[in-house]
Design a protein around this ligand. Structure first.
Ligand SMILES: NC(=O)C1=CN([C@@H]2O[C@H](COP(=O)(O)OP(=O)(O)OC[C@H]3O[C@@H](n4cnc5c(N)ncnc54)[C@H](OP(=O)(O)O)[C@@H]3O)[C@@H](O)[C@H]2O)C=CC1
Ligand SMILES: CC(C)(CO)C(=O)C(=O)O
Length: 338
């Protein structure tokens, strides 16, 4: 089984080390100083009080690798469209693409059923290029629950968690998704195969859609956002808008909003990835986490006033910092008069 991790940063690097230790045939795609360090010294994972070092096959040129059985995309979700062409040499007729990213993936309405079956999402997949050129039929959904970070080039720090729920868009339990789950398990992680992967995608996104932009705007950590009455209320308002959209699309939430907020509060003084990206001057993942929910609100006729306000602010904040040039601000103009 040939596996390629496309974007072997914090999450992909963690997977790469653990897959290699499990004896998998894995190649990593990375770039810049991080790739150079991996080539020179190997890839190091700091986990608990252990250091795990592997020497992976790694490159910035997918043409060196050829066709793969599984491509695990662990890029920031806004980077996927930019690598569609480079990804082509990795694709064979049976290659599966695992979207190990936060937010709504390009394949969301594939085998979804209902009136939106086959729809593409302009905010994350402009012109439907991911849908057409990667193919929704290749996709396997994945929710990323762990937290990890690149501590230095070639060095990944594991912060918490090892759960990566997986699922086919159709909900079928295929041999592909089962083998993938076995690989994660052999590598010491949890990867339950779910028949309703979209429910799990929304459960994770429920937090990202509100805590991430509020943290980027206020610089507050999760415990503070979830404790301060005003930011807690704002989070809840955005979550309820998002829940209405998701439920209108058939999603079932297995916890209620208060319990989800409490879960985030208990994570503690943690900076969300959006705040970390803003502080480090890295592009922020606004469209896959927030603009897309607004777009789905428009598709389902559900108003999102709290989300719209926070999105406008975080998009402007990030644009001014030179870290965002995505869909939100341009589209908000037409949305406002819609
Ligand atoms: N880290 C975490 O704790 C969590 C992350 N997630 C989600 O997982 C996904 C991945 O996040 P994360 O691992 O943190 O992101 P990272 O930025 O750490 O990893 C992505 C890596 O891909 C590299 N990359 C980008 N473009 C290319 C390219 N064209 N060719 C080769 N390499 C490329 C990046 O390099 P460069 O730095 O040069 O851009 C970076 O090293 C995101 O959707 C995130 O929201 C979800 C839960 C927790
Ligand atoms: C910490 C958490 C759960 C916040 O929603 C997250 O996923 C992120 O930072 O992107």
């Amino acid at each position: 089984m040939r596996i390629c991790i496309y974007g072997a940063g914090a999450i992909g690097g963690y997977l790469g080390v653990e897959f290699m230790r499990a004896g998998a045939d894995v190649s990593l795609i990375a770039r810049g100083a991080h790739l150079a360090a991996m080539r020179q010294n190997g890839l190091k994972l700091l986990i608990g009080d252990e250091e795990r070092v592997v020497h992976p096959r790694c490159t910035d040129d997918p043409r060196e690798l050829g066709e793969q059985d599984f491509i695990i995309i662990s890029l920031k979700a806004h980077s996927i469209t930019g690598v569609i062409e480079q990804m082509q040499p990795l694709l064979g007729p049976r290659t599966r693409i695992v979207t190990a990213v936060n937010g709504i993936p390009y394949w969301y309405f594939y085998k979804h059923g209902g009136r939106l079956e086959g729809s593409t999402l302009e905010s994350i997949d402009r012109g439907g290029r991911q849908w057409r050129e990667l193919g929704p039929e290749r996709a396997i959904g994945c929710v990323v629950y762990p937290a990890t970070e690149i501590e230095a080039p070639g060095v990944i720090r594991h912060v918490y968690g090892n759960n990566f729920p997986l699922g086919e868009p159709s909900g079928e339990i295929t041999s592909d998704v089962t083998s993938l789950s076995e690989l994660f398990t052999a590598a010491g992680m949890k990867a339950p195969v779910l028949e309703r992967i979209r429910d799990e995608i929304w459960l994770k996104l429920w937090g990202n859609v509100c805590f991430n932009p509020i943290s980027a705007l206020t610089h507050a950590t999760l415990d503070v956002i979830c404790t301060d009455p005003a930011t807690r209320a704002l989070s809840k308002a955005i979550m309820l808008e998002s829940q209405a959209i998701a439920e209108s699309l058939g999603v079932k939430f297995r916890v209620d909003v208060e319990r989800r907020i409490e879960g985030a509060r208990k994570v503690g003084a943690h900076k969300t990835s959006m705040l970390q990206d803003l502080e480090r001057g890295r592009p922020v993942e606004i469209d896959p986490l927030i603009t897309v929910v607004q777009e789905m609100g428009r598709m389902t006729g559900i108003a999102t006033p709290a989300l719209d306000a926070v999105l406008a602010l975080v998009a402007q904040r990030s644009r001014i910092a030179g870290l965002y040039d995505g869909a939100a601000v341009a589209d908000a103009k037409s949305l406002a008069v819609a």
